[in-house]
Design a protein around this ligand. Structure first.
Ligand SMILES: Cc1ncc(C[n+]2csc(CCOP(=O)(O)OP(=O)(O)O)c2C)c(N)n1
Ligand SMILES: [Mg+2]
Length: 352
């Protein structure tokens, strides 16, 4: 059955905080938890950027502005559902159960802890879109084993121009893999605007082209993302196949700490998107419904700050990364060039 092209953008709450759709059935406690994740995501991102500026962290990709998509795509997943994303999906990984310490270690240059078994996340991917065929593979394995889990693969708008994106969707469509693809369309791929990635009006339109529904969702509306992801995940779980979700959001910060967006985008963009801030929008709802008070909000911010500072203290108390592991943990046998590189580094460090 063909899937119709849709241009309806799913929205539950307008940027002003007015409810115009169906609010997911969540308890007050669950709502505050979702809000806390968004606050934590932004505080974590800001702190990582500050640490990088002080020479205490490697290159980091801020996620500011994308908190609703990040939390909304991970919160509906069950513990054994699989998740894979890129460097911008760190908050989704935290929600899925990856310890903050593991993420910090990665960006500080430590060989990553193996967190995948517990949290069911693949390692954070830097090579664009390559996580998507892997997620289709995982989804196919789950299907063959008749397991009730699903796989969720996330990428950015720029990554949709990669062959891997298209190959993953094609395979998933043909073989009805239980996988949900989420595109965080944040407007930019470093300095390349979304309009240069595809002449199609919406990335979501590619879903029907691959034989799966394509949903367009306001990515700064936590309720809307949560609801659409829930529906797609349950559909995949029920054996009805894959879906593509395009979440329209905006990267409020730089691409990474090595980028200066003032060189390519107008400041007015930030003013516009600042008005659609996902955290302020959700907070307005919680205040309005008397689910959260100003005082609760202050306490929550303090708790989040403490949690992050404790993780930094633990990180900075670790012994430095042994750089020999970079060679020793990748290949069972080193190539002659790598052997020479390893020997040179060891000599320079006075270790051999
Ligand atoms: C295959 C590949 N090509 C190029 C790059 C270099 N690169 C890193 S991030 C990036 C932009 C990605 O943009 P998008 O997919 O929209 O994700 P965002 O950074 O906006 O989250 C590029 C081109 C890469 N990492 N992998
Ligand atoms: Mg992008």
């Amino acid at each position: 059955m063909p899937f119709p092209l849709t241009e309806t953008m799913h929205q539950v709450m307008t940027p002003e905080g007015k409810i115009i759709g169906e609010v997911p059935l969540l308890s007050a406690e669950q709502l505050v938890k979702l809000y806390r994740w968004m606050v934590l995501g932004r505080a974590f991102s800001d702190r990582m950027v500050a640490l990088q500026r002080q020479g205490r962290m490697g290159t980091f990709s801020a996620l500011n502005g994308q908190e609703a998509t990040s939390v909304g795509l991970a919160a509906p997943l069950q513990q054994k559902d699989w998740l894979a994303g890129s460097y911008r999906e760190i908050l989704s990984y935290l929600v899925k159960g990856v310890p903050m310490q593991a993420i910090m270690k990665l960006y500080r240059g430590y060989v990553s802890d193996d967190y995948s078994a517990e949290a069911h996340c693949l390692p954070i991917q830097i090579v664009l879109a390559t996580q998507l065929p892997h997620m289709v593979g995982i989804a196919m394995a789950l299907k063959y084993d008749r397991q009730p889990q699903v796989a969720v693969g996330v990428c950015g708008d720029g990554a949709t121009s990669e062959g891997d994106f298209n190959e993953a969707l094609n395979f998933a469509g043909v073989f009805k893999a239980p996988v949900v693809f989420v595109v965080q369309n944040n407007g930019w791929a470093i300095s390349v605007p979304r309009s240069k990635q595809t002449a199609a009006q919406y990335i979501a339109h590619r879903g029907p082209a691959f034989g799966m529904p394509g949903y367009l969702v306001d990515g700064n509306d936590l309720f809307a993302v949560y609801k659409v992801v829930c529906d797609c995940v349950e559909r995949a779980r029920a054996g009805e196949g894959p879906a593509l979700i395009e979440a329209i959001t905006y990267r409020l910060g730089a691409h990474t700490t090595a980028d200066d967006p003032k060189r390519y985008r107008p400041a007015s963009d930030l003013t516009e998107w600042g008005k659609r801030d996902p955290i302020l929008r959700f907070r307005a709802f919680l205040f309005d419904q008397h689910i959260l008070s100003e005082k609760d909000n202050d306490v929550l911010h303090e708790e989040v700050t403490t949690e992050i500072e404790q993780a930094i203290n633990r990180l900075e108390a670790l012994p430095p990364q042994d750089c020999a592991q970079v060679y020793d943990l990748v290949y069972s046998e080193l190539t002659p060039q790598l052997k020479a590189q390893r020997a040179q580094i060891m000599r320079e460090l006075g270790r051999e």
